[in-house]
Design a protein around this ligand. Sequence first.
Ligand SMILES: [Zn+2]
Length: 279
Amino acid sequence: MLADWLTPVRAALDAREQAIEIFFRDDDAGWDDDRLYALLDCFRDCNVPIDLAVIPDALSPSLAGSLLGRWRRNPFLLGLHQHGYSHNNHENQGRKCEFGISRSEEQQFKDLLVGKQQLECLFGSALDRIFTPPWNRCSQATADSLLKLGFQALSRNRSAAPLHIGTLQEIPVAIDWCGIRIKSAQPWLALGQAVADVLYPEYPAPLGIMLHHAVMGVDDLEHLQALLQLLREHPTTHCRLMREFLCEPKAVDAPASAFPLEPQAVLTAMQSYLLTKPL
Ligand SMILES: [Zn+2]
């Protein structure tokens, strides 16, 4: 059964004439550490890289230390970037959003800045200047703030509404692993077909697959491992980290802040830093 669901994926890869680059983005690092470690072990054992979207306000010192240790052991297998600030929904109606239209640019900027500083304190140069908004949704004010803060890329759904992003790059995901699995009566066949569908016809951009470790069980990991082994072994595929798609591989210095830094923000960031010394 494990092999059956991959039949359409293998056929789609075999039919491709051009190589395809694939990345995996796991969201909500900071929640359910045990499941996160199980997912990271799965990728490590398959020798496939994974990017983690980390919630600054949910990141404990112990998790930060563990992630940094993994990054130091092999920086080519792990990417770390910012996922919102607190992952709270701020919209009173409509779809959930932390960085939605009901929040001003100043409010968004402050949250982005504090989150960025907390992660920088804990991860240092291991942190990529990439931003994934919770629920894959954000507004124009988010993009404007990200530019001011020196971010290099924004990662949302492939179908997200266009924004004016200036020099910001987009690195979108196309497959929602858990969303597809939850909605289907035959989850693995549905997932295999969904992956195959984006491989036909010649998919032009890097293929992003989104994971949510906090709702992934043993069954997910077994199927994921089979997919990773196929992708690693197939000559058409190259599994990458998101930072490998950035035009400028090394981040430039962020411009000066447009808003004054709250003393509490500095205090929180310093507390996080001091709690984790020595890493
Ligand atoms: Zn999330």
